[in-house]
Design a protein around this ligand. Sequence first.
Ligand SMILES: NC(=O)c1ccc[n+]([C@@H]2O[C@H](COP(=O)([O-])OP(=O)(O)OC[C@H]3O[C@@H](n4cnc5c(N)ncnc54)[C@H](OP(=O)(O)O)[C@@H]3O)[C@@H](O)[C@H]2O)c1
Length: 281
Amino acid sequence: MVELKLSNGVGIPQLGMGTWQINDRGSLLEIIKAGYGLGYSLIDTAAAYSNEMAIGKVLEKLGIPREKLFLSDKVWNTNRGFDAVQEACRRSLKKLKTDYLDLYLIHWPASPKLHEAWESINAETWRGMEKLYEDGLVRAIGVCNFKIHHLEALFKTSEIVPMVNQLELHPGMPQLDLVSFCRGHNICIEASSPLGNGEILTNETLIALSQTKGKTVAQICLRYGVEKGLILIPKTTSTERLRENKGIYDFTLSPQEVSMIDSLPYCGGIGIDPDEVTEFG
Ligand SMILES: NC(=O)c1ccc[n+]([C@@H]2O[C@H](COP(=O)([O-])OP(=O)(O)OC[C@H]3O[C@@H](n4cnc5c(N)ncnc54)[C@H](OP(=O)(O)O)[C@@H]3O)[C@@H](O)[C@H]2O)c1
């Protein structure tokens, strides 16, 4: 699997397995076993997905050596703050039956729309993340869904710049300004919902391009992310699609094709504005 480097030198697989909406232990066992066999090692979960315990049991059952995996997890909105984030991380480690995470992320920013003290809330949560990093419980730290104003505010007090910003990014939602801002600060972009939660796969422009390239629409979407140097975590419950989603390194998209995809209008996805997210999602 192709590996990218985070700003602290930690290697991260470019392609991983998303696990949102996979809760049942049997499905997790099947998909993680098949994925590992195909070369996937990055597993993206979150406290909010309610599947950490099942993933922990699956990993124990499969007996995959810990160092062969890249485990990424996220702290939920109800656990913001210096102490709360550290306690949440320790709970997650227990559920996942591991001593450390490879990447730990703040799931959503506290936003100016919903929290008067949003800047200090995010600053304190980040201070807790930095402590987890210093204590060696996590190999890399980052955020999710942080817009430019959230990052600019964080930079006023942070000692460590987030290594990753995981955000919704796919054809129809290229987030060009945010990507360029993150690049300028050496923050790696991880594309969540790189297939637009499956909704963008019927887009006619993407279908036409996939026919020209002799690839599937999902492969076009994922290759678009590769051309941009993104980390990609598509979710699938199908072994066949796990294999298909890996088939993105034997073709390229030209700069013209990438800019054509950049200019597509919104055509589906999650589409949640991080400034609108409450403690309940
Ligand atoms: N940080 C955040 O706030 C955040 C938000 C959203 C997502 N995420 C992360 O990003 C991961 C991926 O995002 P997502 O789950 O929203 O959706 P996604 O990966 O964009 O799309 C998943 C959908 O596409 C289908 N699919 C997968 N591969 C396919 C293929 N080759 N051909 C056709 N259909 C295919 C899946 O169906 P099947 O399962 O039936 O194959 C599923 O319906 C999540 O699981 C989660 O880990 C993070």
